[in-house]
Design a protein. Structure first.
Length: 266
């Protein structure tokens, strides 16, 4: 049996533009892994089985696509230990899928190339290819065109998953974005994102185009140098230069839902 951590991610920025010809939206997003993580274990089995997380769909799809590419019959047992909240904008399902791909590939006598894995991952969802990489990445195009970034990694992260908030589907969030003509000014926002990256200034990154939360304001008031919603939400994060302030903010926001302190992960 082989095991692998499947870390959550933050969108430290998410700038969204117009629809592309393929129906997806043009985006520019800064992706950062964090130490909050699921754990996956994979071993041979008579048939494909997923244990520990009955709601899984992405790991199943990932391994079925992987088996088709080899080609082979999908015969693995995957045990998922969930720590990342589901449907929170933290990429837990995508990370699990990428971890399953890496574990299955490592077990082959002749593993697939990164390009092959990337192709499989891109068909599963925009975030999955990111979790095949290392380090913070700039995602462009439909989000799967990745460039390694040299960003600060010396901060503490408070992550809040608000209780009682039902996440609208990602498709619904994008439809709302289209209805309000959110793509207007995309070029300017993307330029501001690139400028902040050149300076390595996380605080100067533009805000999330898809979602906002008053909790971000509370995190800023408690000392975060950047706070925003991640992905389509509802999870909110704050970045803190001082661990003590992060711990104080975590305690203060604990009544809003589940709250974690995490760090950047490579």
């Amino acid at each position: 049996m082989s095991r692998l951590l499947a870390p959550a991610k933050l969108n430290l920025a998410l700038v969204v533009g117009p629809k592309r010809r393929d129906g997806k939206h043009e985006v520019a997003t800064v992706l950062q892994r964090i130490t909050l993580a699921d754990t996956l274990a994979l071993e041979p089995a008579p048939e494909l089985q997923i244990e520990g997380f009955p709601e899984d769909k992405l790991v199943t799809s990932a391994l079925e696509s992987f088996a088709h590419r080899i080609p082979a019959v999908p015969r693995w047992r995957v045990t998922i230990e969930k720590n990342i909240p589901v449907a929170a904008g933290l990429g837990g399902g995508s990370s699990d899928a990428a971890a399953a791909l890496k574990l299955a590939n490592a077990a082959l006598d002749e593993p697939l190339t990164y390009v092959d894995l990337h192709e499989i991952a891109a068909e599963l969802g925009a975030d999955v290819p990111f979790f095949l990489t290392s380090g913070p990445q700039l995602g462009e195009g439909d989000g799967t065109e990745l460039t390694l970034l040299d960003l600060p990694q010396d901060y503490w992260i408070v992550v809040v998953d608000p209780s009682g908030e039902q996440k609208e589907s990602t498709a619904g969030v994008y439809k709302a974005f289209d209805r309000r003509e959110g793509e207007l000014g995309f070029e300017e926002r993307r330029a501001a994102l690139h400028e902040a990256l050149i300076r390595g200034d996380l605080a100067a990154l533009p805000p999330n185009d898809l979602a906002s939360s008053p909790l971000a304001g509370e995190l800023l008031e408690r000392g975060a140098f950047r706070a925003d919603v991640t992905g389509a939400g509802p999870a909110v994060y704050g970045l803190f230069a001082e661990e003590e302030k992060a711990a104080t903010a975590r305690a203060a926001l604990s009544s809003y839902g589940e709250v974690w302190i995490a760090g950047p992960a490579w």
